[in-house]
Design a protein around this ligand. Structure first.
Ligand SMILES: [Zn+2]
Ligand SMILES: [Zn+2]
Length: 201
């Protein structure tokens, strides 16, 4: 028991160090793609499993997620970061369900959020998922006024509120500064405008 706890502790400690001045980077597209593939692997959808790709799309403004059937591509809005890992995961599965339903019933005309899609949601572990999402994003518009950027990795960090204290990119601090706060990776404000987010399609 104690050994297990000790194994996790180096990361714990790092998070603790960073609690104040550093915010975490988005999970990488590759990470999410791997997750999508492992979800599909048990579902007898080999071609889709091999081809599915995931991207963070900085240009997305009005939707949180999108599924492109022809390119087997799921695009996610980096603004999702604000809502944490659970919502990122859920949006990933929502869009993956679109690809899966289309993969299964391709030629036939199916409703975007019809029975085939709901079945796919079920298979992907989000039974009861709804077209409009019950995300905090839905039903109200969200004003994301501030976007910060790491000059080093070009990672973007959209925030609802202005960041008050010196804050650096976690990924870069880990990579190049042994996990310590480093001024070189301090987040800079690149945009402060309004942006409205609506439910994924
Ligand atoms: Zn960075
Ligand atoms: Zn949808």
């Amino acid at each position: 028991m104690r050994n297990a706890a000790r194994k996790q502790s180096p990361f714990r400690q790092l998070e603790f160090l960073f609690e104040a001045p550093v915010i975490s980077q988005l999970p990488s597209a590759q990470e999410l793609q791997n997750r999508a593939q492992s979800l599909l692997r048990r579902l007898n959808a080999r071609i889709l499993t091999n081809r599915v790709r995931v991207e963070w799309n900085e240009r997305m403004r009005t939707t949180v997620g999108r599924a492109d059937f022809r390119r087997y591509l799921i695009s996610l809005n980096p603004a999702l970061q604000e809502f944490g890992p659970a919502e990122i995961d859920r949006t990933l599965r929502h869009e993956l369900a679109h690809l899966l339903a289309h993969f299964r019933f391709g030629k036939r005309r199916i409703e975007p959020h019809g029975r085939e899609w709901r079945d796919a949601c079920c298979d992907l572990g989000i039974s009861g998922e709804r077209a409009g999402h019950t995300l905090p994003l839905v039903g109200r518009s969200l004003s994301r006024r501030f976007v910060y950027c790491c000059q080093n990795c070009q990672g973007h960090f959209p925030r609802v509120r202005r960041i008050r204290r010196a804050t650096a990119c976690l990924a870069c601090c880990r990579k190049f500064s042994g996990g310590n706060y480093d001024e070189r990776f301090r987040l800079r404000l690149v945009k402060s405008s309004s942006q409205v987010i609506s439910p994924p399609f």
